[in-house]
Design a protein around this ligand. Structure first.
Ligand code: SAH
Ligand code: DHB
Ligand code: MG
Length: 234
């Protein structure tokens, strides 16, 4: 568009402006982002504006127990863990051992090492292990890993969380590619199959919001596990 509105440069400038107005400088998060860059991790963490939304959701949900799928360098984990109470816990699942190591360093630097556990391995395996553990259900789950596995991740998230829990899924729009019904891209198929499964699942209510900003045009999904219509827990 010729007036600049609707251009990616405008989205980035507005995202930066909103972050500056509402979030401001944060040496802990900036150090984590810098270390992740130095260590060669891709710059695909959530933007500060979404990081803060995750923290606000953790706060309003009164969450004590949070699950993350896709740790990268721990940027979103730092946002969420800081919003937990002192005895709250975040478990974050990461397949890449180097990413997990950088995340642990960043979480240590943020003073959150005791509140966050990073588990290394393919998330489907870690989720199966979590399901067999005797632990309280999660209050919030953030899914931000390989999108081809989103149907499995959402299914596990529902099983592992309490009635009323929130499930947030990043990257559900991807420049509008989610619309492509003939896509053979496993990541697009993963998002489409996840949406289809959610639409037919009486255990959850969901919506999705398109976003533009520093990471381009994308979107995130928010689902709530219903308080009723729920399979009884053993
Ligand atoms: N939530 C992070 C960004 C995650 S990027 C943040 O906002 O800071 C996606 C991460 O998912 C990457 O680190 C990638 O290694 C990890 N990942 C990809 N496939 C995975 C899998 N099958 N199991 C667990 N983690 C996976
Ligand atoms: C990208 C962005 C993400 O938020 C993510 O989780 C993975 C990839 C990207 O911009 O490529
Ligand atoms: Mg993401």
């Amino acid at each position: 568009m010729s007036d600049g509105v609707g251009q990616s440069s405008t989205w980035q400038a507005v995202d930066a402006f909103l972050a500056e107005q509402l979030i401001g400088a944060d040496s802990t998060l900036e150090a984590a982002a810098a270390t992740s860059g130095t260590e060669g991790l891709p710059a695909i963490a959530v933007p500060p504006t979404l990081g803060k939304l995750l923290a606000l959701l953790v706060h309003v949900a009164g969450a004590r127990s949070v699950l993350e799928i896709g740790t990268l360098g721990g940027y979103s984990a730092i946002w969420m863990a800081r919003a937990l109470p002192e005895d709250g816990r975040l478990i974050s699942l990461e397949a890449n051992p180097h990413h997990a190591e950088v995340a642990r360093t960043n979480l240590q630097g943020a003073g959150l090492a005791s509140r966050v556990e990073v588990r290394v391995g393919p998330a489907v395996d870690s989720l199966a292990a979590l399901a067999s553990e005797d632990r309280p259900p999660f209050d919030l789950v953030f899914i931000d890993a390989d999108r081809r596995n989103n149907p499995a991740y959402v299914s596990s998230a529902i099983e592992l969380s309490r009635p009323g829990a929130l499930i947030v899924v990043d990257n559900v729009v991807r420049d509008g590619r989610v619309l492509d019904a003939s896509s053979q891209d496993p990541d697009i198929l993963g998002v489409r199959h996840m949406l289809e499964a959610l639409s037919q699942d009486p255990r959850v209510d969901a919506t999705a919001i398109q976003t533009v900003g520093s990471k381009g045009y994308d979107g995130f999904l928010v689902a709530v596990v219903r308080q009723d219509d729920r399979m009884p827990r053993e």
